[in-house]
Design a binder for this molecule. Structure first.
Ligand code: HPA
Ligand code: ZN
Length: 337
């Protein structure tokens, strides 16, 4: 299949994406606008070179610093209107009909923003996108490993005071090395007691023990990345038996360099062969220069999945989602059509 044929046929397949960060789906145009607004008087060349400096990192912690630098360019919750406009374009461009998107409020709350103002912009934009396009978006609040337990607990408290139907759970992103899962056990227990879903990034920058902690201590329903599971046969068996899905983001792993040298060696092939419920995701399109369709293309050309296998992986994203069973059946029916 040629590249053009592949992209056009996978674009029309209705897809879900389960691992996508809201603040990282902004377009180059929006980041340029945010940057020049904050640093006035720069020539185009200067702005280009300063922006390029932000996107220079060689590991997960460097990437997290870049992520925080981008969040620092936001001036007010109204900026999320730009971000959601970019998210809408992204979802349409990639043929995504359902997305569970992480929003990371910690840096904004630290700047003094009002969480309820942020939630208002999330809610208004998500409803508008749904009425304009039919695309359904749900949010997971990333309570973050980077800033410790108290910050995560505060995020959850604010969330519980500002619940909206568009927010369905919490996630644990940020620095896996600085913030081990055991620190967040109580936040996760409390979230579940309030009927929130719980997921965690794990095994992205730390070995299989971090994935064990995420599933045993935090009882995460899905694992973001999970690539270091390749080192632990028993863990892979457990993921299969307990049907714990992995949100795999191949290009992101190549950028953060910890366990994956290149796409051809990505462990997603082994995970799939063993029967783990794997999904394909882009993680941070602005930072890694890939969108969901590109990840399907990479999986086809670099990792060696067949078209039929990729269709199975695309279906997995609905199966692994937090949609109700009726909603899953409806999306899967549309997929088969
Ligand atoms: N890992 C950790 N934190 C993040 C990521 C990620 O892949 N993306 C955005 N924040
Ligand atoms: Zn992520």
């Amino acid at each position: 299949m040629t590249k053009e044929e592949f992209y056009s046929s996978f674009k029309v397949l209705t897809k879900a994406e389960l691992h996508l960060h809201l603040e990282a789906v902004i377009s180059k145009k929006t980041i340029r606008y945010f940057y020049e607004r904050k640093h006035s008087g720069l020539s185009d060349v200067q702005a280009d070179s300063e922006i390029a400096k932000i996107f220079t990192y060689s590991d997960l912690n460097g990437f997290i610093q870049a992520y925080l630098a981008v969040q620092d360019l936001y001036e007010s919750p109204a900026d999320f209107d730009y971000v959601f406009a970019d998210l809408k374009d992204y979802l349409v461009r990639n043929g995504i009909s359902y997305a569970e998107v992480f929003a990371a409020p910690s840096a904004f709350i630290k700047k003094g923003w009002n969480f309820s103002d942020m939630v208002e912009t999330y809610s208004r934009n998500i409803r508008k996108i749904n009425s304009d396009t039919g695309i359904k978006i749900r949010l997971l609040i990333d309570v973050s490993r980077t800033f410790g337990y108290e910050n995560a607990e505060k995020n959850l408290q604010l969330l519980l005071l500002n619940m909206i139907p568009e927010i369905i759970g919490i996630g644990l992103g940020g620095s896996e090395q600085k913030g081990p899962a055991k620190l967040f056990e109580k936040v996760f227990d409390k979230a579940r007691s309030q009927n929130l879903f719980t997921v965690a990034h794990a095994g992205e920058d730390v070995g299989p023990e971090s994935i064990w902690d995420a599933i045993k201590i935090c009882k995460a329903a899905r694992i973001g990345h999970g690539i270091s599971a390749i080192q632990d046969e028993k863990l892979m068996q457990t993921l299969v038996e307990r049907k714990i899905p992995l949100e795999v983001c191949p290009t992101s792993n190549v950028f953060t360099k910890k366990y994956v040298k290149n796409l051809a060696e990505h462990p997603i092939r082994t995970f799939f062969n063993k029967g783990i419920l794997v999904t394909l995701n882009s993680d941070d399109p602005l930072f890694f220069g890939v969108e969901l369709l590109d990840e399907y293309w990479n999986a086809y050309t670099e990792i060696g999945f067949s078209v039929e296998e990729l269709k199975q992986i695309a279906k997995n994203s609905f199966v692994a989602s937090f949609l109700t069973n009726d909603e899953k059946s409806e999306f899967l029916r549309r997929f088969d059509d």
